[in-house]
Structure formats: structure tokens, C-alpha cells
Design a protein. Structure first.
Length: 202
């Protein structure tokens, strides 16, 4: 699920958000038995722009409906995205995917009258407890600490904050690797070299 901040502060970034989202969608092999993508726009009145689907064209077309207005409500965006994941997507003869992922983009913090960052983090924790991987991606006034708390562990791998949205493009250009090939644990330490045989006393 691609979950995009649609609050009023995003109006000046609307074109950049749409371009970034298109680049993310185009990375995946969207065909039956492979990846399905859905799209949520969130504010204090979130909406589903596209349910989960194998139809890339439908998702890209839905991005044209992305608009901005209202207050930042990260928790509501997560809740709506999770509901879409729970409903599932299109049927396929292939085995259903086992990995459910939310990629959340924001330019700031959850509005205080909507519970602030604490509510956003609490909701993210609840979603993650259901086996959903959450990537928190932010820029502008988004706080690194909040993004880390929202994201799946390790946050160094699954969250990113940049000063401007264009800096996020490089990070998300490698999204498939981030999502499907998490960083492996460090290799085990090499065994100590064998000691040379002791020389006999002469």
C-alpha cells in the first residue's frame, strides 16, 4: 500500500508526490501471482484512491485524483491502508502473497488535535503487530524520531527523512531491494588462525 499525505501543507508538493509515487509503482512487476499495489490519500478525511490491484494502469490513473487539503492524520492513513490490506485484492490462481507492506509518505507530524505523534506511533505499532511491514518516509517538517517509531525495525533500514522531497527519489529508487531483501545480519567472525606447531626443544 502506498499511503500519501494529502494534508493542506502538501499542496506545493503535489506534482512531486505524484512523480515520486509513479516511480515507486513502476518498480514492481504487477501481474497475477506477483505484486498488487493500492493507494491511499490521507488527511483528517482519508480516502482510498485505488484498492489492491495487479492493474498498473489503474493505479497510475488513480494518482491523478491525488489532491490536498485538511489536517495531517497519519494514524487515519494507516488505519485505512490496513483495512484495504485486510480486505485483500484481486484473486489469482497463484498463491497469495505473504508479505504486506505500507509505504507512508509525510511532510510533517500528526496534528495535535488528532492525537499528535503519540497516536500516529501507537497506530503504527498496532498495524505492525499484525505482520505488516511499515516504511516511514518523510521530508520538510517530518521528524526523524517519529518516522523511526512508525517504521518496522531496524529503523535505519525502513525509515528515511530528507530535507526536500526530491532527495527521497534516490532512496525509493531502490525500494524493491529494501522491501524484499532486508539487510542480512553481519557475517560470523572468522575462526582464529591455527597456531603453528611448536618447535621441539633442541
Amino acid at each position: 500500500m502506498l499511503v500519501l499525505d494529502g494534508s493542506g501543507s502538501m499542496w506545493r508538493f503535489q506534482v512531486d508526490v505524484q512523480r515520486l509515487a509513479r516511480s515507486v509503482v513502476n518498480q514492481f512487476s504487477m501481474q497475477p501471482g506477483s505484486v498488487q499495489v493500492g493507494l491511499v490519500e490521507y488527511s483528517d478525511a482519508p480516502q482510498v484512491l485505488s484498492p489492491l490491484t495487479f492493474d498498473r494502469g489503474a493505479v497510475l490513473s488513480a494518482l491523478n485524483k491525488y489532491n490536498t487539503g485538511g489536517y495531517t492524520a497519519i494514524s487515519r492513513g494507516l488505519e485505512v491502508a490496513y483495512d484495504v490490506l485486510e480486505r485483500g485484492g484481486e484473486r489469482s490462481a497463484a498463491s497469495p502473497p505473504t508479505q504486506r507492506i505500507i509505504i507512508l509518505l509525510t511532510d510533517g507530524e500528526q496534528s495535535n488535535w488528532l492525537g499528535g505523534a503519540k497516536r500516529a506511533v501507537r497506530t503504527a505499532r498496532s498495524v505492525r503487530s499484525q505482520g505488516v511491514t511499515v516504511l516511514g518516509v518523510g521530508f520538510n517538517e517530518a521528524q526523524a524520531e517519529t518516522l523511526s517509531s512508525i517504521s518496522t525495525s531496524p529503523a535505519s533500514h525502513f525509515s528515511l527523512r530528507a530535507n526536500v522531497i526530491t532527495q527521497l527519489e534516490h532512496f525509493l529508487s531502490n525500494l524493491c531491494t529494501i522491501v524484499y531483501s532486508p539487510r542480512p545480519p553481519p557475517p560470523p567472525a572468522s575462526p582464529p588462525s591455527p597456531r603453528p606447531p611448536s618447535r621441539p626443544d633442541l
